[in-house]
Design a protein around this ligand. Structure first.
Ligand code: PNS
Length: 163
């Protein structure tokens, strides 16, 4: 039996931290479905199409990774994909409460799907899409934190010209 995990998120945009989690996850799971789901608490910078395009280009190097989107409930999507796990990255302690709450709600909604947390590499422990967007918006250099294509897209979005 193949062990499939769903790696859900907003991916607005995908960062090197996300790629690190996929790389680690592939050591445990036979296949990872990276899925853009809707987080009602967020205003997105990039459209679903833009986020998917960046994911496709950044994840090309991985085999056994499928990319998808869903606008429904995560646990229903996981069941539909016959996934045994929901994979999430855990960075600093600040992630814990939100992740814990979401994992418990997901478990209540479907006891068959286990949430698995992986720690990101230390290099990415304080990076997040949100903080990267804030830095990029004001012209900060985020090139070491996102794939090169994402760096370009952020500059395009915020109208930042290279000096
Ligand atoms: O990258 P994010 O924004 O932290 O990811 C959160 C996401 C999209 C995984 C979460 O909001 C989600 O699962 N959305 C789909 C609806 C759902 O099932 N919510 C969780 C149960 S309350």
């Amino acid at each position: 039996m193949k062990r499939v995990a769903i790696y859900p998120g907003s991916f607005d945009p995908v960062t090197n931290g996300h790629l690190d989690i996929v790389k680690r996850g592939l050591k445990i799971f036979d296949k990872i479905v990276v899925a853009i789901l809707y987080n009602p608490g967020k205003d997105y910078l990039f459209t679903i199409e833009e986020r998917m395009d960046m994911l496709e280009k950044s994840m090309k190097k991985f085999s056994n990774v499928e990319l998808d989107t869903s606008d429904g409930l995560l646990v229903n999507y996981a069941a539909q994909k016959e996934a045994c796990s929901i994979l999430r990255g855990m960075r600093a302690v600040s992630d814990f409460e939100y992740e814990f709450q979401m994992a418990l709600m997901n478990r209540r909604l479907n006891r068959e799907v286990q949430t698995v947390f992986l720690m990101t590499g230390l290099r990415w422990i304080f990076t997040s899409s949100s903080i990267i967007k804030e830095a990029a918006r004001f012209g900060g250099d985020v090139s070491g934190m996102v794939p090169p294509l994402v760096n370009l897209k952020l500059k395009e979005k915020y109208g930042i010209k290279d000096k």
